[in-house]
Design a protein around this ligand. Structure first.
Ligand SMILES: Cc1cc2nc3c(=O)[nH]c(=O)nc-3n(C[C@H](O)[C@H](O)[C@H](O)COP(=O)(O)OP(=O)(O)OC[C@H]3O[C@@H](n4cnc5c(N)ncnc54)[C@H](O)[C@@H]3O)c2cc1C
Length: 191
């Protein structure tokens, strides 16, 4: 486990808005100014960046019942370094939330700062402390070539043959389709 490379951390900000953004789609991906440098800060330097990129989720675009009448529901997912960075999220959390709001206010959600009605956020500390995720990574080990397919953690232990593994960190990988596939693999192994 020590020699594996881990995925990024996630800052996830959930918020409701009393202003409706009818022209914002269900899924929006926003790229910052210097995307490559941003990845370098997340994975190599492991520092927070002002120049964020983010995924904005607006479920009320598809299902109006996700928000009260005339309002909108969102979450924004911002990739950040995982907790190997030693970022102090208790100190940085509120500041980072303001940065994220500021960026959205200037880009896809004009005036959002004065229209938020309720909110909360999750940091890599939540993933590490509440979900017991190593280093607070958002998607377990990185899905790079040397950690994919056969090179990922196998679904059956090679040492203890009655020990099985399922979920994002194992073969075939993270994401709901990957996790469900790993359950299907186990189903076959048991037969
Ligand atoms: C914000 C966000 C958005 C995402 N969006 C998408 C998406 O759009 N599409 C997609 O395909 N994937 C998405 N993913 C990825 C996907 O959610 C994960 O890959 C998937 O949920 C991992 O499933 P899992 O069962 O391996 O782990 P988890 O869903 O994390 O479940 C593991 C559970 O085990 C519990 N646990 C940990 N340690 C112990 C213990 N010792 N004893 C008992 N219980 C324990 C944890 O609390 C947790 O509930 C997203 C992830 C995040 C964080």
């Amino acid at each position: 486990m020590k020699r594996m490379d881990y995925s990024m951390g996630l800052f996830v900000y959930y918020f409701g808005s009393k202003k409706k953004y009818n022209d914002v789609a269900h899924h929006t991906i926003y790229f910052g100014e210097a995307y490559e440098k941003h990845l370098d800060k997340i994975f190599e330097k492991k520092i927070l960046s002002d120049d964020i990129s983010y995924y904005l989720h607006r479920p009320s675009a598809t299902d109006p019942n996700m928000a009260p009448n005339g309002q909108d529901a969102f979450y924004v997912l911002v990739p950040v370094p995982n907790n190997l960075s030693k970022v102090n999220w208790i100190e940085e959390g509120d500041k980072f939330k303001e940065l994220v709001l500021d960026k959205m206010d200037k880009t896809v959600l004009p005036d959002i700062k004065k229209n938020v009605v309720s909110d909360f956020y999750l940091t890599p500390d939540y993933f590490e402390i509440d979900l017991a995720t190593l280093h607070g990574s958002g998607f377990s080990i990185q899905p790079k070539f040397s950690q994919s397919a056969y090179f990922r953690f196998h679904n059956q232990s090679e040492i203890y043959r009655n020990l099985y593994f399922v979920g994002a960190g194992t073969h075939p990988g993270a994401g709901i389709p990957g996790v469900l596939s790993s359950a299907k693999v186990l189903d076959k192994l048991f037969k």
